[in-house]
Design a protein around this ligand. Structure first.
Ligand code: ADP
Ligand code: MG
Length: 368
């Protein structure tokens, strides 16, 4: 048997890490994990569930992605982090907590180099397409049935995150009695608005500047004391993280924001933040369908209104059935949506200028 091959990690003099994964290494690592062969130090493995014996053969995932995912034997996905970050990673405990949650790709293992997370190993979901594909098809074709399903999926995720486990015995933070201190949400959202106004130039910038006061007014509820319980949320919940696969829908990509430390109070958020982001992603899908699929704007507007209503209706109904309606404070939805659009504009300005049309199209549709 050939010796297992592992990736190369190099450490720059400033301490930053870079990971290089040669061809064939991913399948070799998966074989070593399935055989329970210990990794060469300083690599280590945290196992969530035993790996299946996989066929040989690997192929990269080629859709737009932040990291580098490789499918091995059509049964396992290894997501490699090209720039591993040292220190405790916020994704690990939520993955362990969600071990019994059926509607995600089953986590098998996390691979570390010293204290830096270098890879997550999960089950491969056959025939998976992400929402930037399947949902844009729905927008172009006018289909709305999916919206209630993903609303229920989001509710099930939040209910699972709000249910105690050995990992998170205390997963819900209740609001302080009486008028507690206002959280930093208002200031954070205002800062996003200010930055979006600064970074968006040209006619779009002028349009935004003319509506700055209206937008600021929409953020006002975020400056009030929180009345909603706080839970660990997904943190980057949009349709691109919802896969439609052979047996339905699944939510993936829990490693959203490595700049939020696991124990940081910021890990606890109102569920409304996730739901707001998911809802605005339907608006973004609509903009994509108009631009890339020549969908009719008026019909898309109707589709967005219908799918949003279904999404939020199914989400709240699922919380009601579970006896946890208090997890959603609807008054926070709109302000979080406005903040999200500001974040999309900032992201477009800093990283992806061709994306600006989407949040601008959404804002123009909201504040015609
Ligand atoms: P990134 O952090 O790079 O965005 P994701 O976890 O969102 O990584 O995965 C990127 C893409 O890979 C997804 O949009 C999807 O197309 C595909 N993918 C991710 N996980 C799976 C899986 N378990 N099964 C099948 N495809 C997957
Ligand atoms: Mg992703």
């Amino acid at each position: 048997m050939e010796a297992p091959r592992w990736p190369h990690v190099t450490e720059a003099s400033d301490g930053t890490l870079t990971l290089a994964v040669a061809q064939g290494v991913t399948s070799s690592v998966v074989r070593a994990l399935a055989d329970d062969a210990g990794p060469p130090p300083p690599f280590s493995v945290r196992s969530f569930a035993p790996l299946p014996a996989t066929a040989r053969g690997e192929r990269p995932i080629t859709v737009d992605q932040t990291n580098h995912s490789v499918i091995v034997g059509e049964s396992v996905v290894v997501k490699w982090f090209p720039r591993p970050v040292r220190g405790r990673h916020p994704a690990i405990d939520p993955l362990a907590h969600l071990a019994g949650f059926a509607r995600t790709a089953r986590p098998y293992a996390a691979i570390f180099w010293a204290d830096a997370l270098v890879a997550l190993v999960t089950a491969y979901l056959p025939e998976a397409r992400d929402g930037w594909e399947w949902c844009v098809d729905e927008a172009a074709g006018g289909g709305t049935d999916f919206a209630a399903e993903i609303g229920r999926l989001a509710a099930e995720l939040h209910l699972a995150l709000a249910t105690p486990s050995e990992i998170f015995p205390d997963p819900v933070r209740l609001p302080p009695p009486g008028a507690g201190a206002a959280p930093a949400y208002g200031a954070r959202a205002e800062e996003a608005l200010r930055t979006a106004l600064t970074l968006t130039d040209g006619a779009d910038g002028a349009w935004l500047a003319a509506r700055a006061e209206t937008l600021r007014g929409e953020l006002a509820p975020l400056a009030r004391p929180v009345r909603t319980p706080l839970i660990r949320i997904h943190g980057d919940l949009h349709v691109g993280q919802i896969l439609r696969w052979r047996h339905g829908y699944a939510v993936v990509d829990f490693d959203g924001n490595p700049t939020v430390a696991a124990d940081d109070g910021a890990a606890f958020q109102p569920a409304a933040r996730d739901l707001a982001q998911l809802a605005t992603s339907l608006d973004h899908v609509g903009q994509v369908a108009i631009r890339r699929r020549s969908a009719d704007p008026a019909r898309v507007a109707g589709w967005v209104a219908a799918t949003r209503a279904e999404l939020v209706g199914a989400y709240t109904a699922a919380l009601d059935v579970a006896g946890r309606p208090e997890l959603l404070d609807r008054s926070l939805l709109r302000p979080f949506e406005i903040e999200q659009e500001c974040r999309e504009l900032i992201y477009a300005a800093r990283h992806l200028p061709r994306w600006r049309y989407a949040p601008m199209g959404v804002l123009r549709s909201w504040f015609a």
